[in-house]
Design a protein around this ligand. Sequence first.
Ligand code: 2HA
Ligand code: ZN
Length: 271
Amino acid sequence: MKDILTAPFIEEMKQTTANMYRLGWDERNGGNISCMLDEEDVSEYLDVNRVIRTIPTGFDARKLIGKIFVVTGTGKYFKNVERDPETNLGIVRIAADGTTAELLWGYKDGGKFTSEFPAHMMSHMARLSVDSENRVVMHCHPTYTLAMNYVHELDEKKLTHTLWEMCTECIVVFPDGVGVLPWMLCGTNSIGEATAEKMKEFRLVVWGMHGIYGAGKSLDETFGLIETVEKAAQIYMLTAHLPRINTIKDSEMKELADFFKVDYRKDFLNL
Ligand code: 2HA
Ligand code: ZN
Protein backbone atom coordinates (compact mmCIF):
# COMPACT_ATOMS: atom_id res chain seq x y z
CA MET A 1 0.00 0.00 0.00
CA LYS A 2 1.39 3.40 -0.99
CA ASP A 3 1.48 6.37 1.43
CA ILE A 4 -1.76 8.31 0.95
CA LEU A 5 -0.02 11.58 1.78
CA THR A 6 1.77 11.17 -1.57
CA ALA A 7 -1.45 10.51 -3.54
CA PRO A 8 -1.98 12.96 -6.41
CA PHE A 9 -5.58 13.60 -5.28
CA ILE A 10 -4.42 14.65 -1.78
CA GLU A 11 -1.61 16.72 -3.27
CA GLU A 12 -4.08 18.47 -5.56
CA MET A 13 -6.50 19.18 -2.68
CA LYS A 14 -3.61 20.68 -0.71
CA GLN A 15 -2.57 22.91 -3.60
CA THR A 16 -6.13 23.98 -4.43
CA THR A 17 -7.09 24.89 -0.86
CA ALA A 18 -3.78 26.74 -0.42
CA ASN A 19 -4.33 28.74 -3.61
CA MET A 20 -7.89 29.58 -2.63
CA TYR A 21 -6.79 30.66 0.83
CA ARG A 22 -4.04 32.88 -0.58
CA LEU A 23 -6.52 34.52 -2.95
CA GLY A 24 -8.67 35.45 0.04
CA TRP A 25 -11.62 33.34 -1.03
CA ASP A 26 -11.69 31.17 2.11
CA GLU A 27 -11.33 33.10 5.33
CA ARG A 28 -11.50 31.10 8.57
CA ASN A 29 -13.60 27.98 7.86
CA GLY A 30 -15.17 29.49 4.73
CA GLY A 31 -15.51 27.30 1.68
CA ASN A 32 -15.58 23.60 1.01
CA ILE A 33 -14.61 21.17 -1.73
CA SER A 34 -15.69 17.67 -2.69
CA CYS A 35 -13.96 15.67 -5.40
CA MET A 36 -15.10 12.26 -6.62
CA LEU A 37 -12.30 9.68 -6.78
CA ASP A 38 -11.91 6.46 -8.74
CA GLU A 39 -12.03 3.39 -6.50
CA GLU A 40 -8.99 1.92 -8.30
CA ASP A 41 -6.94 5.05 -7.54
CA VAL A 42 -8.00 5.06 -3.88
CA SER A 43 -7.25 1.30 -3.56
CA GLU A 44 -3.58 1.97 -4.19
CA TYR A 45 -3.46 3.93 -0.94
CA LEU A 46 -6.25 2.57 1.27
CA ASP A 47 -7.98 -0.70 2.11
CA VAL A 48 -11.40 0.37 0.86
CA ASN A 49 -13.03 -2.44 2.85
CA ARG A 50 -11.90 -0.90 6.11
CA VAL A 51 -14.49 1.60 7.34
CA ILE A 52 -13.20 3.74 10.23
CA ARG A 53 -16.70 4.92 11.21
CA THR A 54 -20.02 5.75 9.64
CA ILE A 55 -21.58 9.22 9.60
CA PRO A 56 -25.29 9.82 8.87
CA THR A 57 -25.89 12.41 6.15
CA GLY A 58 -29.55 13.27 6.71
CA PHE A 59 -30.48 13.15 3.02
CA ASP A 60 -30.93 10.67 0.22
CA ALA A 61 -27.95 10.25 -2.09
CA ARG A 62 -28.96 6.91 -3.60
CA LYS A 63 -27.58 7.87 -6.99
CA LEU A 64 -24.12 8.10 -5.41
CA ILE A 65 -24.07 4.74 -3.60
CA GLY A 66 -20.55 3.33 -3.65
CA LYS A 67 -19.02 6.59 -4.88
CA ILE A 68 -15.94 7.83 -3.03
CA PHE A 69 -15.18 11.50 -2.36
CA VAL A 70 -12.42 13.48 -0.74
CA VAL A 71 -14.18 16.27 1.17
CA THR A 72 -13.01 19.20 3.32
CA GLY A 73 -13.99 18.95 6.98
CA THR A 74 -16.60 20.96 8.85
CA GLY A 75 -15.19 23.89 10.81
CA LYS A 76 -11.79 23.32 9.23
CA TYR A 77 -9.68 26.09 7.73
CA PHE A 78 -8.42 25.92 4.12
CA LYS A 79 -5.31 27.61 5.53
CA ASN A 80 -4.46 24.41 7.42
CA VAL A 81 -5.14 21.68 4.83
CA GLU A 82 -1.61 21.74 3.41
CA ARG A 83 -0.02 21.33 6.84
CA ASP A 84 -2.37 18.62 8.11
CA PRO A 85 -4.49 16.99 5.41
CA GLU A 86 -5.46 14.01 7.57
CA THR A 87 -7.29 16.23 10.08
CA ASN A 88 -8.75 18.75 7.65
CA LEU A 89 -9.83 16.36 4.87
CA GLY A 90 -11.70 13.08 4.82
CA ILE A 91 -12.34 10.35 2.28
CA VAL A 92 -15.88 9.05 2.46
CA ARG A 93 -17.97 6.56 0.51
CA ILE A 94 -21.75 6.79 0.21
CA ALA A 95 -23.01 3.56 1.84
CA ALA A 96 -25.52 1.08 0.42
CA ASP A 97 -28.43 2.82 2.19
CA GLY A 98 -27.69 6.12 0.40
CA THR A 99 -28.03 8.09 3.64
CA THR A 100 -24.80 7.19 5.42
CA ALA A 101 -21.21 8.11 4.66
CA GLU A 102 -18.46 5.58 5.40
CA LEU A 103 -15.24 7.22 6.52
CA LEU A 104 -12.24 5.54 4.88
CA TRP A 105 -9.57 8.05 5.87
CA GLY A 106 -9.11 11.45 7.52
CA TYR A 107 -11.13 13.65 9.93
CA LYS A 108 -8.48 12.38 12.35
CA ASP A 109 -9.70 14.50 15.28
CA GLY A 110 -13.16 12.89 15.17
CA GLY A 111 -14.54 15.51 12.77
CA LYS A 112 -16.79 15.10 9.78
CA PHE A 113 -17.46 16.48 6.33
CA THR A 114 -18.43 20.09 5.60
CA SER A 115 -21.78 21.43 6.79
CA GLU A 116 -22.51 21.97 3.09
CA PHE A 117 -22.34 18.23 2.38
CA PRO A 118 -26.01 18.21 1.22
CA ALA A 119 -25.34 20.97 -1.35
CA HIS A 120 -22.23 19.14 -2.51
CA MET A 121 -23.72 15.67 -2.91
CA MET A 122 -26.98 16.99 -4.39
CA SER A 123 -24.95 19.09 -6.83
CA HIS A 124 -22.85 16.06 -7.81
CA MET A 125 -26.05 14.14 -8.57
CA ALA A 126 -27.42 17.04 -10.61
CA ARG A 127 -24.22 17.60 -12.59
CA LEU A 128 -23.72 13.87 -13.24
CA SER A 129 -27.24 13.72 -14.67
CA VAL A 130 -26.16 16.18 -17.39
CA ASP A 131 -22.38 15.51 -17.54
CA SER A 132 -21.09 12.02 -16.66
CA GLU A 133 -17.55 13.42 -16.40
CA ASN A 134 -18.27 15.86 -13.57
CA ARG A 135 -16.06 15.16 -10.53
CA VAL A 136 -15.76 18.35 -8.49
CA VAL A 137 -18.00 20.69 -6.52
CA MET A 138 -16.34 23.74 -4.98
CA HIS A 139 -17.70 26.51 -2.76
CA CYS A 140 -15.95 29.69 -1.63
CA HIS A 141 -16.40 33.37 -0.77
CA PRO A 142 -14.46 35.29 -3.45
CA THR A 143 -14.15 38.92 -2.43
CA TYR A 144 -15.16 40.83 -5.56
CA THR A 145 -17.89 38.39 -6.54
CA LEU A 146 -19.36 38.89 -3.09
CA ALA A 147 -18.92 42.67 -3.23
CA MET A 148 -20.75 42.71 -6.55
CA ASN A 149 -23.69 40.92 -4.92
CA TYR A 150 -24.41 44.07 -2.91
CA VAL A 151 -24.43 46.53 -5.78
CA HIS A 152 -25.62 44.53 -8.80
CA GLU A 153 -29.02 43.01 -9.41
CA LEU A 154 -29.11 39.32 -8.49
CA ASP A 155 -30.71 38.32 -11.76
CA GLU A 156 -29.17 35.46 -13.76
CA LYS A 157 -29.33 37.15 -17.13
CA LYS A 158 -28.21 40.57 -15.90
CA LEU A 159 -25.42 39.24 -13.70
CA THR A 160 -24.09 36.88 -16.37
CA HIS A 161 -24.26 39.63 -18.99
CA THR A 162 -22.31 42.05 -16.82
CA LEU A 163 -19.65 39.42 -16.08
CA TRP A 164 -19.35 38.48 -19.76
CA GLU A 165 -18.80 42.17 -20.57
CA MET A 166 -15.91 42.51 -18.13
CA CYS A 167 -13.36 40.17 -19.76
CA THR A 168 -13.18 39.05 -23.36
CA GLU A 169 -12.76 35.39 -22.39
CA CYS A 170 -15.72 35.16 -20.00
CA ILE A 171 -18.32 34.03 -22.53
CA VAL A 172 -15.89 31.35 -23.73
CA VAL A 173 -15.03 30.11 -20.22
CA PHE A 174 -18.59 30.05 -18.86
CA PRO A 175 -20.91 30.19 -21.88
CA ASP A 176 -23.61 28.48 -19.79
CA GLY A 177 -23.69 31.57 -17.57
CA VAL A 178 -24.10 31.93 -13.83
CA GLY A 179 -27.16 30.75 -11.90
CA VAL A 180 -28.28 32.83 -8.93
CA LEU A 181 -30.00 31.93 -5.69
CA PRO A 182 -31.33 34.57 -3.31
CA TRP A 183 -29.88 34.74 0.19
CA MET A 184 -30.82 31.50 1.91
CA LEU A 185 -29.90 29.79 5.16
CA CYS A 186 -26.74 27.77 4.47
CA GLY A 187 -25.86 24.28 5.67
CA THR A 188 -29.38 22.98 5.06
CA ASN A 189 -30.93 20.39 2.76
CA SER A 190 -33.13 23.19 1.31
CA ILE A 191 -30.20 25.23 0.01
CA GLY A 192 -28.71 21.96 -1.23
CA GLU A 193 -31.85 21.15 -3.21
CA ALA A 194 -32.04 24.69 -4.64
CA THR A 195 -28.35 24.58 -5.63
CA ALA A 196 -28.73 21.19 -7.29
CA GLU A 197 -31.74 22.42 -9.27
CA LYS A 198 -29.59 25.28 -10.64
CA MET A 199 -26.68 22.89 -11.27
CA LYS A 200 -28.74 21.05 -13.88
CA GLU A 201 -28.42 24.21 -15.96
CA PHE A 202 -25.29 25.98 -14.71
CA ARG A 203 -21.77 25.00 -13.59
CA LEU A 204 -21.62 28.20 -11.56
CA VAL A 205 -24.20 29.20 -8.97
CA VAL A 206 -24.02 32.37 -6.89
CA TRP A 207 -25.43 32.10 -3.39
CA GLY A 208 -26.76 35.64 -2.91
CA MET A 209 -24.64 37.63 -0.46
CA HIS A 210 -22.76 34.49 0.58
CA GLY A 211 -20.49 33.14 -2.15
CA ILE A 212 -20.32 30.91 -5.18
CA TYR A 213 -20.51 27.24 -6.17
CA GLY A 214 -18.63 25.81 -9.10
CA ALA A 215 -18.67 22.35 -10.64
CA GLY A 216 -16.39 20.70 -13.16
CA LYS A 217 -14.42 17.73 -14.41
CA SER A 218 -11.32 18.51 -12.35
CA LEU A 219 -10.16 20.73 -9.51
CA ASP A 220 -8.25 22.86 -12.02
CA GLU A 221 -11.24 23.36 -14.30
CA THR A 222 -13.57 24.22 -11.41
CA PHE A 223 -11.04 26.58 -9.84
CA GLY A 224 -10.60 28.24 -13.24
CA LEU A 225 -14.34 28.83 -13.58
CA ILE A 226 -14.56 30.59 -10.22
CA GLU A 227 -11.29 32.42 -10.88
CA THR A 228 -12.66 33.82 -14.14
CA VAL A 229 -15.91 35.00 -12.52
CA GLU A 230 -13.89 36.58 -9.73
CA LYS A 231 -11.62 38.38 -12.20
CA ALA A 232 -14.64 39.77 -14.04
CA ALA A 233 -16.25 40.82 -10.75
CA GLN A 234 -13.02 42.55 -9.75
CA ILE A 235 -12.98 44.57 -12.96
CA TYR A 236 -16.64 45.41 -12.43
CA MET A 237 -15.98 46.62 -8.89
CA LEU A 238 -12.96 48.64 -10.05
CA THR A 239 -14.99 50.41 -12.72
CA ALA A 240 -18.67 50.43 -11.64
CA HIS A 241 -18.41 53.88 -10.06
CA LEU A 242 -16.63 55.40 -13.07
CA PRO A 243 -18.16 56.60 -16.33
CA ARG A 244 -18.19 53.73 -18.83
CA ILE A 245 -16.49 54.85 -22.04
CA ASN A 246 -16.01 51.48 -23.74
CA THR A 247 -17.71 48.14 -23.57
CA ILE A 248 -17.59 44.72 -25.25
CA LYS A 249 -20.68 44.65 -27.42
CA ASP A 250 -23.17 41.79 -27.55
CA SER A 251 -22.34 41.30 -31.24
CA GLU A 252 -18.67 40.88 -30.25
CA MET A 253 -19.54 38.35 -27.57
CA LYS A 254 -21.49 36.40 -30.18
CA GLU A 255 -18.46 36.58 -32.47
CA LEU A 256 -16.30 35.10 -29.70
CA ALA A 257 -18.76 32.32 -28.93
CA ASP A 258 -19.07 31.43 -32.61
CA PHE A 259 -15.32 31.49 -33.19
CA PHE A 260 -14.57 29.29 -30.15
CA LYS A 261 -17.60 27.12 -30.95
CA VAL A 262 -19.16 27.29 -27.50
CA ASP A 263 -22.82 26.68 -26.85
CA TYR A 264 -23.75 29.86 -24.99
CA ARG A 265 -26.96 31.13 -23.37
CA LYS A 266 -28.32 33.03 -26.36
CA ASP A 267 -31.14 34.42 -24.23
CA PHE A 268 -28.51 36.13 -22.04
CA LEU A 269 -27.43 38.39 -24.90
CA ASN A 270 -29.57 41.22 -26.26
CA LEU A 271 -29.27 40.67 -30.00
O1 2HA B 1 -18.03 25.78 5.34
O2 2HA B 1 -18.57 28.32 3.64
O3 2HA B 1 -21.16 27.91 3.56
C1 2HA B 1 -18.21 27.12 5.61
C2 2HA B 1 -19.06 27.73 4.57
C3 2HA B 1 -20.50 27.54 4.70
ZN1 ZN C 1 -19.92 29.53 2.51
